[in-house]
Design a protein around this ligand. Structure first.
Ligand SMILES: *Cc1c(COP(=O)(O)O)cnc(C)c1O
Length: 412
């Protein structure tokens, strides 16, 4: 996509090629417009230039981002501890709320230990580069999140002799083949890691965790799940995709997760699993050794969000009802929505510019849905990604469906 014709080396080489890419995006209707929100994230949001619109593009799955107790926890945290540590954790940067949050995460997931980061992206950056050693292989679903892909690239880049391979999305035959090949590869002398998203962010489908667990047991491999879109959403009590499949928390060797979606929505991420792995992350992870702690406000608000989720599983049930209602409505209008139990409802429209213009039209009608195109998804599979929340009431879901109906009529 980024074809540049001005390749002559000179003082303006960067400026010229960059301007050309940006102009090309503009000419082809692919520019992302960053909307500015003037109030809290909830079922509706106040958008600059559009007023109050129904929000269907946030990961605020449980409606906790603007929960009074979640906000109160953050305020109390900053009052008691100030803005932050001004230090990395191992020097003098661990506050009580970090310990509390990490205990809560471990308890919530049913694993030995957890460690928090400023984002799941950062957590992923610590994951494979720290836990893998030369002779290891990482086996990854092709649709895994960008942070997992980059974590593997980094591991391979900084530790010579770490291998990686990718299997076709959710294809258990391909996963088995990759494991079999790895087992017979003389260069693979260490641990084998299988990594998958729990809920895939662009398709909204879920990983076949029971099958992957079986394969990992058979081949003596470790299973890592990034359940950023599944935590708080999947399973009767929102524990995540493993719970949806009826698996206990410790059936997964390591979790990566975010606090920036269902669990309060502020920011932050974590790794969780066996204590030895978390200890290793604390001792050797470059993001843990060289980067500041999760802000105290988030450690407090996210902890409260998880506690609310644990005591109010009815939020998860309401989300599930809303999802079923919305999917039915979207399908009734005549849009093809990928079937799945998750809160992500992608409507495939094909062309990037088309997805962007449809999302613009929806916004004019008072419904905030984002169109995703290249390079976030492959060329030709651009989509509107509708995301449902427990914060939504029937009136919001009906508004979404009504506007989609109008859009369908207009684009016929
Ligand atoms: C959103 C997401 C992330 C990024 O989380 P941040 O905490 O915002 O960095 C990572 N992995 C997956 C699977 C995600 O969906």
């Amino acid at each position: 996509m980024t074809t540049t014709t001005t390749q002559v080396r000179g003082p303006n080489v960067f400026a010229n090629r960059t301007d050309e890419v940006l102009a090309q995006l503009k000419d082809t209707g692919q520019v992302k417009v960053l909307q500015t929100i003037e109030g809290p994230m909830d079922a509706t949001v106040k958008l600059r230039g559009y007023g109050e619109v129904a929000c269907f593009c946030s990961n605020n799955y449980l409606g906790l981002a603007n929960h009074p107790q979640v906000k109160r926890a953050a305020i109390e945290g900053i009052e008691k501890y100030g803005a932050g540590t001004a230090s990395v954790r191992f020097i003098c940067g661990t506050f009580e709320p970090h310990e509390r949050l990490e205990r809560t995460i471990a308890k919530f997931l049913g694993v030995e230990a957890a460690y928090s980061f400023v984002s799941c992206w950062t957590a992923a950056e610590a994951l494979f580069p720290t836990l893998c050693e030369p002779g290891d292989i990482i086996i990854s679903d092709e649709l895994n999140h960008a942070c997992i892909i980059d974590s593997m690239r980094l591991a391979v880049g900084i530790k010579k002799g770490v291998h990686r391979t990718v299997f076709k999305h959710s294809d258990m035959g391909a996963a088995r083949e990759a494991l079999d090949k790895a087992r017979n590869n003389p260069e693979v002398t260490g641990a084998m890691w299988v990594v998958t998203d729990g809920v895939f962010s662009m398709e909204g489908d879920i990983a076949k965790l029971p099958e992957l667990r079986k394969l990992c047991d058979k081949f003596n491999a470790l299973l890592v799940v990034d359940d950023s879109h599944g935590t708080g959403v999947m399973g009767p009590t929102g524990r995540g995709t493993h719970e949806h499949h009826g698996m206990p928390g410790d059936a997964i060797d390591f979790y990566a997760g975010t606090l920036g979606k269902a669990l309060g929505g502020g920011a932050g991420g974590y790794l969780a699993g066996a204590r030895r792995g978390i200890d290793m992350i604390v001792q050797r992870g470059r993001p843990t050794l060289f980067s500041n702690a999760l802000p105290i406000t988030i450690a407090c608000s996210a902890n409260m969000a998880i506690e609310i989720l644990m005591r109010e599983p009815q939020r998860v049930a309401k989300l599930r009802e809303n999802v079923a209602y919305a999917r039915k409505g979207i399908a009734a209008v005549g849009f093809e929505v990928l079937e799945s139990p998750t809160a992500i409802c992608p409507i495939i429209v094909g062309d990037t510019a088309k997805a962007i213009s449809m999302s613009k039209r929806l916004l004019e009608m008072g419904v905030f849905v984002i169109g995703f195109g290249y390079p976030v998804v492959p060329e030709g599979t651009a989509r509107l990604r509708v995301q449902i929340s427990a914060a939504h009431e029937k009136v919001h879901l009906d508004q979404l469906v009504d506007c989609l109906r109008k859009l369908k009529a207009e684009t016929r």
